[in-house]
Design a protein around this ligand. Sequence first.
Ligand SMILES: Nc1ncnc2c1ncn2[C@@H]1O[C@H](COP(=O)(O)OP(=O)(O)OP(=O)(O)O)[C@@H](O)[C@H]1O
Ligand SMILES: [Mg+2]
Length: 235
Amino acid sequence: MIAFANVTKRFGEKTVLAGMTLDMADRGITCLLGASGCGKSTALRIAAGLASPDAGDVCLSSGSCGVVFQDTRLLPWLTTEENLFLALPARQRGAQAPARVARALRDVALIPEEVIRLFPRELSGGMAQRAGIARALLRRPRFLMMDEPFASLDAMTRSDLQTMLKTLVEEQGTACLFVTHDMEEAFALAERVVVMRGGCVAAAFERDDFSGWENRERVRDAILTCLGRKKGVWS
Ligand SMILES: Nc1ncnc2c1ncn2[C@@H]1O[C@H](COP(=O)(O)OP(=O)(O)OP(=O)(O)O)[C@@H](O)[C@H]1O
Ligand SMILES: [Mg+2]
């Protein structure tokens, strides 16, 4: 599990995380929801060990961690297969590596033979995003950190990838922290929705809280109120 206790992060004079306390479930998807600039990516980077807090404690159970960013960060001068190879530790790039890469690509519904020799510029947005997820899943991480990975995709591709992600997380017993500013995406994916405001967790909702139409309407209202937004206005 991942737990933040009173985590503070400053950039110069600016306090971005102000004593954030967060418990993330051991399995399934926790969505971190909040307005632009509220510190979601900063929190995710700290959870992934890519940044350190100025104060407070971050507790992460042992296990590897995969990260997926909004831009796929595939290296443009390498093929899809080479990009995935690079995610393996040097000692694991032997004879078994191509089969592992192919399996990871199949996990995200890509056909290995069709994509391994393509460069990132030759992939569609959805294919590139799938390849980025395959790269993060290659080592079967215990934790998966995803920072608005589907934000630039069309609605249908996005919905396909959401379904795929839910299935993979369930099958592989992964704990996933998924950053989004899209409430409906959070409802579609999450076991737990955590709402951030002012560098803190302002509210948290479990799946039972937003299951069913009426509950969901209530939680929608609560989230919008929590974020100081009028209903229907969201960015
Ligand atoms: N490396 C950095 N140096 C200075 N300021 C930073 C740095 N990283 C983030 N910030 C600032 O911290 C604040 C929160 O940024 P963060 O990227 O965490 O927001 P966010 O919630 O992910 O926003 P968005 O939804 O737009 O991605 C912003 O004001 C940003 O300018
Ligand atoms: Mg961000």
